[in-house]
Design a protein around this ligand. Structure first.
Ligand code: NAD
Ligand code: IPM
Ligand code: MG
Length: 362
């Protein structure tokens, strides 16, 4: 029996609620495909601050280092916002985890399930017949990590830096992905203003020469944000730096109906076995406004687990089975509150998880 080791980091807010449903679906995958996912829980974020005094305890890093993938919920919330910035869950846990494991390639697929056309804030004629966008976001560089950064009494600063190597490797991820999809890359920058974007554009153009079968277009980020709501179907792969990717991926997610639908994979370069280490998490956050009510949409977390099975464990069939199970449950009219519309059946987080796990079991 194939065994995979997973570090499970539920985190804060809706994190533990939606994680429970993803684990239910993993149980069903184990039964159906005869694989074993050996899970080890670890504390992260605000929950880890409360229990251990640090957002990213040493023990959590060890658990992750001893695993083949990290399944992550989400971190943060008002309770920890009074702490110094570097000790808060986001800057004290999530960003260091991404950096520590070199997870530079963040893949955020925004796919609209045809059953959810009504849930999108865009009109059906704008969405078109299909929407399948892959946001490829650089995740360990740019203004998130550039030095110097600091806050003084009457000024504060961050530094946006990109090196040739950082741009080149993420551009290759985008072009490789485009090759097996719609063969189109939109590279997003602000090269009319930012020096780091001038280098970004130059390097992307160089990488593009190795992919003559893939079309490359450049867009300024402000125009890209606008184009996404005007004609989203023009996009295939969207390649962007850390900050622009953060913003555009939330926008792309919402077009699909809800932030609760968008999974993500944050991947390092392939290891010696050719299998990349990855952290898999919903693109959205801990949603403090709905946490504890059992109403959060678990689909982003379940799809994140599916991406883990595909990218880090090579279990493509299990991925496809989960995807089909979600599609079937939506076809039967079941919806959590964020994607509900007239004539659909409203269910809570746990019921949605049960329904999807049931379909996976077959
Ligand atoms: N990866 C992460 O851990 C991550 C990502 C984003 C934000 N955050 C943190 O989460 C906290 C809240 O941030 P925010 O409110 O800006 O963003 P958010 O993504 O948590 O919530 C934005 C909106 O989307 C809704 N939403 C998000 N996920 C949902 C789901 N699964 N089902 C239904 N609705 C869902 C929320 O209810 C809210 O109305 C902050 O502390 C922030 O830093 C963490
Ligand atoms: C919580 C925050 C640090 C994070 C980011 O900005 O990368 C989140 O918004 C995301 O999109 O994963
Ligand atoms: Mg974000």
């Amino acid at each position: 029996m194939k065994e995979f080791r997973i570090a499970v980091l539920p985190g804060d807010g809706i994190g533990p609620e939606v994680m429970q449903e993803a684990l239910k679906v993993l149980d069903a995958v184990e039964q159906r495909f005869g694989i074993r996912c050996v899970r080890q829980d670890a504390a992260v974020g605000g929950a880890a601050i409360d229990a251990h005094g640090s957002a990213l305890p040493e023990a959590t890093i060890h658990t992750c280092e001893n695993s083949q993938a990290i399944l992550f919920g989400s971190v943060g919330g008002p309770k920890w916002e009074h702490l110094p910035p570097d000790q808060q869950p986001e800057r004290g846990a999530l960003l260091p985890l991404r950096k520590h494991f070199g997870l530079y390639a963040n893949l955020r697929p925004a796919i609209i399930f045809p059953q959810l056309r009504d849930a999108s804030p865009l009109k059906p004629e704008i969405i078109g017949s299909q929407l399948d966008i892959l946001v490829v976001r650089e995740l360990t560089g740019g203004i998130y990590f550039g030095q110097p950064k600091g806050i003084e009494s009457d000024r504060a600063y961050d530094t946006m830096i990109y090196t040739r190597l950082e741009v080149e490797r993420i551009a290759r991820v985008a072009f490789e992905a485009a090759r097996s999809r719609g063969k189109l890359v939109h590279s997003i920058d602000k090269s009319n203003v930012l020096n780091s974007s001038i280098l970004w554009r130059e390097v992307v153009l160089e990488v593009a020469r190795d992919y003559p079968d893939v079309e490359l277009k450049h867009l300024y980020v402000d125009n890209a944000a606008m184009q996404l709501v005007v004609r989203p179907s023009q996009f295939d792969v969207i390649l962007c730096g850390n900050l622009f990717g953060d913003i555009l991926s939330d926008e792309a997610a919402m077009i699909t109906g809800s932030l609760g639908m968008l999974p993500s994979a944050s991947i390092a370069g392939s290891g010696s076995d050719g299998i990349p280490f990855g952290l898999y998490e919903p693109s959205g956050g801990s949603a403090p406004d709905i946490a504890g009510h059992g109403v959060a949409n678990p689909i982003a977390q379940i799809l994140s687990a599916a991406m883990m099975l595909k990218y880090s464990f090579g279990q493509d069939e299990a991925y496809q089975t989960i995807f089909t199970a979600i599609s079937d449950v939506l076809s039967e009219g079941y919806r959590t509150g964020d994607i509900a519309s007239d004539g659909t059946t409203r269910v809570g987080t746990a019921e949605m998880g049960d329904l999807i796990a049931g379909k996976v079991r077959g």
